[in-house]
Design a protein around this ligand. Structure first.
Ligand code: DX5
Ligand code: ZN
Length: 215
């Protein structure tokens, strides 16, 4: 069965208590938390004070997606808020192998994300070391964008690489995921779906999580 990670970026920040309650009540497997620095991506989201406030209030494990330059600077800090999984971008990490080691040493699962323009081949040397590969299915920086269809074939190629290398990495997709694109992604071999707008902007977010999970 698919795992679902609602994206906190699409929550209603004026009514956070309500959206956190919805999330906790849902069958979501993770809370996907997007950190942006205005440098790696052309937007700024939220950072550590919000992460700290969510600790103990959100009952789902945190899946922290770092869209920042030098993510290695923040490993200890991210771990200190009880984060289960920290994902860094391949494009932001000149010493990717070391960064993955450091995330593990800090007691977290390690994920590596790639932008739509980055080929799967760039992961060959780390595929056996990571717990997760995040395929961006939109260009990172904003919620509510349109799914890029050519990413389906990229997921298939990543799945083939994982099987061929006997790697244990899960495949996560992020951006423009809804019931339609989610079904295509499942067929292509995805394990975890991140969804922001399609969950938080739906009339019944709890049901949407259920429906995505049961695609
Ligand atoms: C985009 C973020 C996503 C975003 C997804 O850069 O990484 O997690 O919140 O939002 P939707 O599902 O609305 O495309
Ligand atoms: Zn994300």
């Amino acid at each position: 069965m698919l795992q679902i990670a609602p994206s906190f970026l699409s929550a209603d920040f004026a009514h956070l208590e309500r959206d956190i309650e919805i999330l906790n009540r849902s069958e979501a497997d993770w809370l996907h938390y997007d950190v942006m620095d205005g440098s790696f991506v052309p937007n700024i989201s939220f950072g550590f004070p919000v992460m700290a406030s969510l600790q103990g209030v959100v009952s789902k494990p945190m899946d922290v997606h770092m869209m920042v330059v030098h993510p290695e600077r923040w490993i200890e800090r991210v771990a200190s808020y009880g984060t289960r999984m920290m994902t860094v971008h391949q494009e932001a990490c000149p010493n990717l192998h070391r960064t993955i080691q450091q995330i593990h040493e800090a007691g977290m699962l390690a994920g590596v994300a790639i932008n739509p323009g980055t080929p799967v081949m760039m992961l060959e040397e780390v595929i056996c070391d990571v717990d997760l590969v995040l395929i961006m299915t939109v260009n990172p920086g904003f919620g509510g964008q349109k799914f890029i269809p050519s990413m389906l074939d990229k997921v298939r190629r990543l799945k083939a690489m994982i099987l061929q290398r006997h790697a244990h990495a899960l495949i996560e997709c992020d951006g423009g995921v809804n019931l339609e694109t989610g079904a295509l992604l499942k067929e292509a071999g995805v394990d975890i779906l991140v969804a922001g707008n399609s969950i938080f902007r739906s009339d019944d977010p709890v049901k949407m999580v259920h429906d995505l999970k049961n695609l």
